[in-house]
Design a protein around this ligand. Structure first.
Ligand SMILES: [Zn+2]
Length: 166
C-alpha cells in the first residue's frame, strides 16, 4: 500500500471526463486500495481516481465515524434522484481548506460495480448521497466550486491560490 499524491486545482486532469473501467484487474485493485489508504491519511471522506491523476470512473468513500465502512465504487451511474434537495457545506482534497454550501438532490439510487465486478444497487441519502454525488462529479471533470456563483467561486479560487503560493 502507498499514499498517493493528491492533485489540486487547477490541475488539468481534474477537468477531464474519466473513462469507464473496462476490467477490474490486479492493477485496478491495487490503485483502489492505495486510494483508500490515501483518503484515510488525508484525512477525507471520499476520493475519486482523477484526484490522483488516473482518469478512470472509480472512487472510494467512507463517511463512518470509525472509518471502518469503506465503499469502493466502480463505473457508477445515478439511476434516480429525488426532487428534494439538501445543502451541505462541502470541501475537497483537491481544493484544500476551502468550503462552501452546495445544493444537491437529497436522495439517489446508484448502480455501480463493486471490487469483484458485481453489480450493486443502493439507495443513499443525507451525507452519503452528497458525498457520492461530489465524487461522481470528479469523474465528469466537475469540482464543487463549479456549483457556486461566479463571484463565490472566484473568491475561493483567489484564497486557494494564496494558500498554494505560501
Ligand atoms: Zn472532491
Amino acid at each position: 500500500m502507498a499514499i498517493l499524491k493528491i492533485l489540486e486545482y487547477p490541475h488539468p486532469v481534474l477537468k477531464q471526463k474519466a473513462e469507464p473501467v473496462a476490467k477490474i484487474d490486479d492493477e485496478i485493485k491495487k490503485i483502489l486500495s492505495n486510494m483508500l489508504e490515501t483518503m484515510y491519511d488525508a484525512p477525507g471522506i471520499g476520493l475519486a481516481a482523477p484526484q490522483i491523476g488516473i482518469s478512470k470512473r472509480m472512487l472510494v468513500l467512507d463517511i463512518s465515524e470509525n472509518k471502518d465502512n469503506p465503499y469502493i465504487i466502480i463505473n457508477p451511474e445515478i439511476i434516480w434522484k429525488s426532487d428534494e434537495v439538501n445543502i451541505y457545506q462541502e470541501g475537497c482534497l483537491s481544493v484544500p481548506e476551502q468550503y462552501a454550501d452546495v445544493v444537491r438532490p437529497e436522495k439517489i439510487k446508484l448502480k455501480y460495480q463493486n471490487i469483484d465486478g458485481k453489480e450493486q444497487i443502493i439507495e443513499a441519502d443525507g451525507l452519503l448521497a452528497t458525498c457520492i454525488q461530489h465524487e461522481m462529479d470528479h469523474l465528469n471533470g466537475v469540482l464543487f466550486i463549479d456549483h457556486l456563483s461566479r463571484l463565490k467561486r472566484n473568491m475561493l479560487v483567489k484564497k486557494l491560490k494564496k494558500l498554494q503560493e505560501a
